[in-house]
Design a protein around this ligand. Structure first.
Ligand SMILES: NC(=O)c1ccc[n+]([C@@H]2O[C@H](COP(=O)([O-])OP(=O)(O)OC[C@H]3O[C@@H](n4cnc5c(N)ncnc54)[C@H](OP(=O)(O)O)[C@@H]3O)[C@@H](O)[C@H]2O)c1
Length: 250
């Protein structure tokens, strides 16, 4: 049975991914900070639970060492832990901005580095970085989160190249809006058009598994949101003007 480590495995996309992987015959180890929910989800799917704050490099190294004592190899690492501060650069406290960067961006870096020996021991192995459309398109809302997702996306693209030839394939999954406990989509769900944009976490879990099975470098889900990053790259001034106007109407 192959072993998968899923950060943020106690809720939303991480929990849905763990359930799907378990159904496909994987043994899962779930990481999160809150023990209660983590252990509940782990018990439901006979997974192992490890309390760990991925923004803390020492904790990540300790968890990887503990897992290495029990398992010789890890076939899949899903870097999924994350949260959004929901506010802008001037609204959040400096510590909150640091924590978002440390969790969303650096958490993926620390986990990938810490689990690399176990991933290489499982060759061929896979890493999935759950990034976001917010990592391809920035429009002012939740700026620190979006900036951290941009950094995480650059990390994911870079490390795919760095690990090529070492038997560890890296995949990026960029979801649009998904209804989860940490990212309630009330503002979209309350509108008829908006509600059609919102996906369920199970859809992202399927995308994650498919990205591994088909060795996809980068996937945006839903696919049409690929246009967001492309349009901003081509016309950043126009997007900035439209975003400023929309902000003025709020
Ligand atoms: N939902 C969306 O609309 C959406 C869209 C695009 C991308 N994403 C990305 O998808 C990923 C999963 O989000 P979700 O929507 O499933 O949110 P969620 O339901 O809130 O789940 C987040 C998970 O991450 C864990 N977590 C948060 N901070 C952590 C830390 N420092 N160390 C370890 N675990 C931590 C949480 O558990 P604890 O709090 O107990 O630690 C929880 O298990 C995130 O990276 C998010 O940015 C979400």
């Amino acid at each position: 049975m192959r072993l998968a480590v899923i950060t943020g495995g106690s809720s939303g996309i991480g929990a849905a991914t763990a359930r799907l992987l378990t159904a496909r015959g994987w043994q899962c180890v779930l990481l999160a900070r809150g023990a209660e929910l983590l252990e509940k989800v782990a018990a439901e799917i006979q997974a192992e639970a490890e309390v760990c704050d991925v923004s803390d490099r020492a904790q990540v190294d300790e968890v990887a060492a503990r897992i290495a004592e029990r398992h010789p190899a890890v076939g899949l690492l899903v870097n999924n832990a994350g949260y959004t501060g929901r506010r802008g650069f001037l609204e959040l406290q400096p510590e909150e901005i640091e924590n978002i960067v440390d969790t969303v961006y650096l958490g993926s870096v620390w986990c990938t580095r810490a689990f690399l020996p176990l991933l290489e021991a499982a060759r061929p192995a896979d890493v999935v970085n759950v990034v976001s459309v917010a990592g391809t398109f920035a429009h002012g809302a939740s700026g620190p989160y979006s900036a951290s997702k941009h950094a995480q996306l650059a990390f994911s693209r870079s490390i795919r190249t760095e690990l090529a030839g070492r038997g560890v394939r890296v995949h990026t999954v960029n979801p649009g809006p998904v209804e989860t406990p940490g990212f309630p989509q009330r503002h979209l769900l309350s509108r008829r058009v908006g509600s059609r944009l919102v996906l369920q976490p199970e859809r992202i879990a399927e995308t994650i598994v498919r990205a591994v099975e088909r060795d996809r470098a980068e996937v945006v889900v839903p696919r049409y949101l690929r246009v967001a990053g492309a349009v901003q790259a081509l016309a950043p001034g126009t997007i900035a003007r439209l975003a400023t106007r929309a902000r003025g109407r709020l």
